[in-house]
Design a protein around this ligand. Sequence first.
Ligand SMILES: *[C@@H]1O[C@H](CO)[C@@H](O)[C@H](O)[C@H]1NC(C)=O
Ligand SMILES: *[C@@H]1O[C@H](CO)[C@@H](O)[C@H](O)[C@H]1NC(C)=O
Length: 376
Amino acid sequence: MIIQERIAFAVVAALTLTISATTATSDASLRDPTILQVTDDNIPNVYHRKFLKDALLLGTEERFKIFMKKYNKEYGSREEYVHRLGVFAKNIVRAVEHQAMDPTAVHGVTQFMDLTEDEFERMYTGVVGGGAHVEGVTTSFVEAGGLPGSFDWRKKGAVTDVKMQGACGSCWAFSTTGAIEGAHFIATGKLLNLSEQQLVDCDNKCDMVDKRACDDGCGGGLMTNAYRYLMEAGGLEEEGSYPYTGKRGECKFDKEKIAVKVANFTNIPIDETQIATHLVHHGPLAVGLNAIFMQTYIGGVSCPLICGKKWINHGVLLVGYGAKGFSILRFGYKPYWIIKNSWGKQWGEEGYYRLCRGHGMCGMNRMVSAVVTQVS
Ligand SMILES: *[C@@H]1O[C@H](CO)[C@@H](O)[C@H](O)[C@H]1NC(C)=O
Ligand SMILES: *[C@@H]1O[C@H](CO)[C@@H](O)[C@H](O)[C@H]1NC(C)=O
């Protein structure tokens, strides 16, 4: 046992050293002492140790079979099986790397381990344009005093159950409905499940500045485009009248069945205190971020040492924040955001992601919007 553990630790140390060696020249902040702690032989964290031990000691194929069973995976041919096993093996290495880069979260085997990074991005995210710019009017700064230390719209009943986008790049539609569901609840006291499928089937709106960034069903879209589509179309149906299929189909929108009308929307400034203030005052906010670490995320507060801020590929819903997150290594406690995702409850923390707050982490502060519903 002791020898096996040493092997595991040696691999962590080697991986971490590789990471710091390849990046140290490009970013001085990586010489941050925290990275040295990861290379420390004396890793105190059970999850981390157990995951690495499993990953290294259990045969990859054996692990792959457990994965297939757990997530009901089937492959059509022997070739496909072998190909997916290879992708899985690479993703195990990526999960170990993510763990070393993001020590306050737990990374491991998720339902996405048989997908390459490109496949994952294409099928399970879906923000177009990369967030190179943000359109529209930005709200004026609001007074930020008197915010609660922690806050959670789920506890106030403003958030529907975690949904599942499936293998369709429609995250933008889920982020949009989430923001409208919250705004409608705050305006009327009624929580409705609203229709993503209407947006997937009917919305082709393009960004006002980046004309190539258009809403395109399972091919991606933008939340701000979707608000503009809804303002023009007249409103949004409920999930019940226009259910989700996960495929783009013919537009079946029926004005008679409109449940909620959108009056307007605003983009929120990048300042995270402003984001918190808008969240508390206006309800859950639609957010774009870089989802790279989410492919292997199991739980905890994600706070990667590097996470590209400039490539936003995934739309999610900000529903709250906390002051002190559980931190598994000895990095101290981290304040975090609570983020609703659309990959079902099996992913992450019952479908939610916690991301550290105050660092513009993974670009989460660059594409934030609030929607205003029309109360008739
Ligand atoms: C939304 O739909 C889910 C799944 O069908 C259901 O469990 C939940 O109760 C619904 N929520 C509301 C507020 O209607
Ligand atoms: C939407 O909001 C912006 C700024 O918040 C305002 O200038 C604009 O007039 C509003 N549009 C409508 C239709 O209310």
